[in-house]
Ligand binder design. Structure first.
Ligand code: CTP
Ligand code: CA
Length: 226
């Protein structure tokens, strides 16, 4: 379990990771976003690098230090993130979608600040591209890992996402407990994956620091990938 400094589990492999929230512009001074801190994705990037991988971390707006040896690409919106992934995904061996991508964006980001007028206002939202599903749908896709943050029916929803998005593996966590998950140092996870016989398997990762969880997810991926 303890990292050997020179351990090369992922030697010669390129791992691409998305992390953090995205921001969807309403006008030049306002946006829609969420409370993702980016810490789980950054922890995965650090662990992957320490396990010998070449790591590209595509990060939405978050105040975190880039892990040593990791190539970081900063993006703002879901569309920016999708484009940044497209640019680096061709030679990726593993893709981990850890970002809390905004599901919708304002249909029009107006170029001038919206002035206050009526008592109610409507903003039409349109769906963003599903970055993770698009990676998994490529010809010769990388080993694709998703995350699912759920407040209820955690395993059922995660299983649905594993199947619908054709993922190799998904890490699900229960965010109804505000003490762990989204904005905390700790996390607890259920990992689901499809075995060689096509059966969905699952295992539990007990509550631990995000750095520990990150390493466990990567070791598990290495095991079922080979
Ligand atoms: N994801 C993505 N692009 C999107 C939305 C989600 O890449 N536009 C990825 C996330 O990074 C995560 C996984 O898909 O790895 C699941 O995200 P989640 O929000 O839990 O699932 P959704 O498919 O968006 O469904 P819902 O929000 O309705 O639960
Ligand atoms: Ca979503």
């Amino acid at each position: 379990q303890l990292l050997q400094p020179s351990e090369a589990l992922f030697a010669g492999q390129h791992i691409v990771i998305t992390a953090g929230p995205t921001r969807e512009a309403i006008d030049p001074v306002r946006y829609l976003s969420n409370h993702s801190s980016g810490r789980m994705g950054f922890a995965l990037a650090a662990a992957a690098q320490q396990l010998g991988a070449q790591v590209t971390l595509i990060a939405g707006p978050c105040q975190l230090t880039t892990p040593a040896g990791v190539k970081r690409v900063d993006v703002v919106s879901a569309n920016d993130m999708a484009n940044a992934v497209d640019e680096v995904i061709a030679d990726a061996d593993i893709f981990i979608g850890c970002a809390a991508v905004a599901d919708y964006r304002p249909e029009i980001a107006v170029t001038q600040k919206i002035k206050k007028s009526q008592d109610t206002m409507h903003i039409e939202l349109v769906k963003n591209p599903d970055i993770l599903a698009k990676v998994a749908a490529r010809d010769n896709p990388p080993f694709t890992i998703g995350f699912a943050a759920e407040t209820h029916d955690v395993v059922n929803y995660a299983r649905g996402k594993l199947e619908r998005k054709h993922l190799a593996m998904i890490a699900a966590n229960d965010v109804s407990n505000s003490d762990i998950g989204f904005n905390s140092d700790d996390n607890a996870m259920t990992l689901l994956w499809r075995d060689n016989a096509g059966e969905i398997q699952q295992t539990q990762l007990a509550r631990a620091a995000k750095q520990t969880i990150a390493e466990q997810i990567l070791r598990h991926a290495a095991q079922i990938k080979n």
